[in-house]
Design a protein around this ligand. Structure first.
Ligand code: PBG
Length: 337
């Protein structure tokens, strides 16, 4: 029988000098050539805390995430630590009567957040606790800075943020994380911490934080949407990346210890740019809306959730993030086991 076209290939293969597929031939080889590593040690779990006991209030747009009372919060933090996750980031959900235009409750040494920090540090001293510094969870205006005559005033906000950071440090926070985007707040907070002896409390600066629709579910979780207006006079324009570089460099100069980019997946180029610009470690925040999108398509059965989780997280790492805040931290850690 004459040779068919089919076995022609086996006898004289096409000469190709480069065959990149050789490095994908087996799981063993793929693991040898993998450029980026993803492991639970890169994750920070954001958590929402609420007053009460044995409380677990589901958040509509964040299936699988709940506001937890302190007892449940500590239980969950323990599970996270057991999975190899080194840090949690805490956000308090306060009832309206505790909110005012000056976010006064944020400086209360006996406030909900302060109690939550102390409870986790006493139960799990090895777990790093990160606290958010911004007025919005405490503000009756729902803004990160002080609202005066329809404008967010920068310099008047700084002392409020410093008081908040001090209360958090006093409670035992390892890292305070200003997410407010006021100018000069990193230096201002650093100075206040040092003046009160908290030289070892680190600052994780939300340096490039964009005015993003992806925060929607988070604002539902804390009932913290701006009562009027938007956050565009302080959070960044999604169109800009050079400005992110500048914000990151300023925060590095002002004494930040870690620089953050937020959101993550729609801003991978920003992560890469910022990582190249600074000498500090870089964090990225896979925010509530990124979480919600993945949960929603998974519920629809349109894409495979586990694969989406791992692919988005490795992409964020590949872009240049050393660490990732993600509501999937525990799920991802379990998948990586
Ligand atoms: C508040 C803050 C926000 C987030 C973290 N800190 C919301 C906002 O700026 O409106 C968003 C996190 C998320 O969406 O998961 N300063």
């Amino acid at each position: 029988m004459a040779h068919s076209d089919h076995d022609h290939h086996e006898e004289s293969p096409i000469f190709l000098p480069y065959r990149p597929r050789r490095n994908r031939a087996s799981a063993a080889i793929r693991s040898l050539v993998r450029e980026t590593e993803l492991s639970p040690q890169h994750f920070i779990l954001p958590m929402f805390v609420v007053e009460g006991r044995s409380v677990e209030e589901p958040i509509g747009a964040m299936p699988g995430v709940a506001r937890l009372s302190i007892d449940r919060l500590v239980e969950t933090a323990r599970k996270a630590a057991d999975l190899g996750i080194p840090a949690v980031a805490l956000f308090p959900a306060l009832p309206d009567p505790l909110k005012d235009p000056f976010a006064r409750e944020s400086a209360n040494p006996n406030g909900l957040l302060q109690h939550a920090v102390a409870a986790i540090k006493s139960a799990l001293p090895q777990l790093a606790v990160i606290t958010d510094v911004a007025m919005d969870p405490y503000s009756s205006d729902g803004h990160d800075g002080l609202l005066q005559e329809g404008r967010i005033v920068n310099d008047e906000t700084l002392p409020i943020l410093a008081e908040m950071a001090l209360a958090q440090a006093e409670a035992g926070a390892d890292i305070v994380a200003p997410s407010d985007m006021m100018d000069g707040r990193v230096a201002f907070i650093r100075e206040a911490l040092d003046a009160h002896g908290f030289t070892e409390v680190a600052i994780l600066a939300y340096s490039a934080k964009y005015a993003s629709a992806f925060y929607g579910p988070f604002r539902e979780a804390l009932d913290s949407k701006p009562r009027a207006g938007d956050k565009k006079t302080y959070q960044m324009d999604p169109a800009n990346v050079r400005e992110a570089r500048r914000e990151a460099l300023l925060d590095q100069e002002e004494g930040a210890d870690i620089i953050m980019v937020k959101p993550a997946l729609p801003y991978l180029d920003v992560i890469t740019t910022v990582q190249a610009a600074v000498d500090l470690p870089v964090a990225a925040y896979q925010v509530s809306g990124e979480y919600a999108m993945i949960q929603a398509v998974a519920e629809k059965g349109w894409m495979a959730k586990d694969d989406l989780i791992l692919e988005t997280l490795i992409s964020i790492r590949r872009a240049g993030a050393d660490m990732i805040l993600t509501y999937f931290a525990m799920e991802a850690a379990a998948l990586l086991r």
